[in-house]
Design a protein around this ligand. Structure first.
Ligand code: C5P
Length: 412
């Protein structure tokens, strides 16, 4: 059984505070112990009873309560991770200056745990030189800034400043914790091991058009590829995501190229590969595509009872990238197979490794196992990583985020 970690969720006074309830809930459901420290302003946006019920712990606000137990430093000292969401422009300024005029400021100053900040404010405030400078100060201290996203703000306006989606904030936070499950404090120094590296990831499943309304596709949701992007971001990398038909949101701070078909993915990956230090082909790419795409919708009254499709082979993107790699570039491929026998699964992986020419191959079983879908579209994954010689170098099972971190350890 995993040991619960202590996560402190700091909530400051912005309208996005109501979304912090979902962040608290996600950590609790993940099995972690959550303590909310809310500013007085935050409690004007979201009720203390709600936060206490969801976190299953008392919510602290007042600096002068619990003085006998030295609460102003005790909460920070026991934290494995602190997440401030939403972080207003004012709270970011206070953090940058190291102010401790409320319980949250004291908690953060008294803690050596990693800190994750999810800014939320209007676009003008986010772009203000004061905020830009404050955020740069926080980044230079190794603090992870998640978002903000671009989208509809509280009023009628739209722009940068919207708090990142709670599931992405939670995923980034857990990626940091998963790096050092028993010692969040150690994660503070370990998590930037991909700083200065450019990681290119393909995610999702390609769709090969048959006509303007139909395609041949696969069940990949893109969750593992997106988890890799989030984990790489959290470890300091610059990330480019080539995304094919994702069912999950794209993390804000990645540079994303949206593609549909294998051919489009080939073009996007080839272009982006020129500047990448690490390439991870997590996407499920269609091996075949229809030989011709009908301009109009295929009509059953014209086709009759049987429709025969002629398919042609798609280029193998991974094999092509591996063959033309530049020196020092690390390339990781995936092998999703339905083979139930573990030895035969590994044998398939080894054969594939020889064909693809990548540095590492992540082998995982997909499909229906005992009536359950595994691998594709689920929260969890189980993988075995082979090196060029077919030797097992890593095995991981658990959340897609923890699997992502094991894969990234090969690049760190
Ligand atoms: O041959 P298979 O499809 O099983 O290979 C899986 C690996 O190769 C994955 O990393 C996938 O992204 C990549 N691939 C590719 N181009 C294809 C087919 C697969 O890059 N046409």
């Amino acid at each position: 059984m995993k040991t619960p970690r202590t996560i402190v969720v700091g909530i400051t006074g912005g309208i996005a505070a109501y979304k912090a309830v979902n962040i608290v809930r996600a950590f609790v459901l993940h099995g972690d112990s959550v303590h909310v420290v809310a500013t007085a302003a935050a409690l004007r946006f979201v009720g203390k009873p709600t936060l206490e019920a969801i976190s299953r712990n008392p919510v602290h606000t007042d600096l002068y309560e619990g003085v006998a137990e030295v609460r102003h430093v005790a909460i920070g000292q026991c934290a494995d991770l602190i997440v401030v969401a939403p972080a207003t422009a004012n709270s970011i300024a206070k953090l940058a200056a190291g102010l401790a005029d409320d319980l949250l400021g004291n908690t953060i100053l008294a803690s050596t745990a990693p800190l994750v900040i999810a800014p939320a404010m209007h676009t003008e405030m986010w772009n203000n030189p004061a905020t830009v400078a404050n955020v740069a100060v926080l980044r230079s201290r190794g603090i992870t800034i998640v978002g903000p996203g671009v989208g509809r703000l509280t009023g009628t306006d739209t722009g940068a400043g919207r708090m990142e989606e709670p599931e992405i904030i939670v995923a980034v936070a857990l990626a940091i914790l998963d790096r050092a499950p028993s010692a969040g404090k150690a994660a503070a120094s370990a998590r930037q091991d991909l700083a200065g590296r450019h990681v290119l990831i393909s995610a999702g499943g390609t769709r090969e058009p048959l006509d303007p309304v139909r395609y041949l596709g696969n069940r990949s949701s893109g969750m593992q590829g997106v988890a890799l992007a989030q984990a790489a971001l959290a470890r300091g990398a610059r990330v480019t995501l080539v995304a094919a038909n994702l069912e999950v949101p794209v993390p804000t701070n990645v540079s994303c190229v949206l593609v549909g078909s294998a051919q489009e993915m080939l073009e996007a990956m080839t272009t982006a590969a020129a500047a990448a230090d690490v390439i991870i082909m997590a996407a499920a790419v269609a091996d075949y595509r229809p030989k011709s795409v009908q301009l109009g919708k295929i009509k059953k009254d014209e086709v009759g009872d049987t429709l025969t499709l002629e398919l042609v082979k798609n280029p193998d993107i991974l094999a092509g990238l591996s063959a033309s790699r530049r020196p020092g570039q690390l390339i990781i491929g995936f092998a999703a197979e339905t083979e139930a026998d573990a030895d035969r699964l590994l044998a398939l992986g080894r054969e594939k490794m020889a064909r693809k020419g990548c540095d590492f191959l992540v082998v995982n079983r997909v499909g229906y196992v005992d009536g359950e879908t595994v691998g594709f579209g689920t929260e969890r994954n189980a993988v075995t990583v082979l090196d060029r010689g077919g030797v097992i170098v890593n095995e991981a099972s658990g959340s897609k985020m923890s699997v992502a971190n094991c894969i990234l350890d090969l690049a760190g």
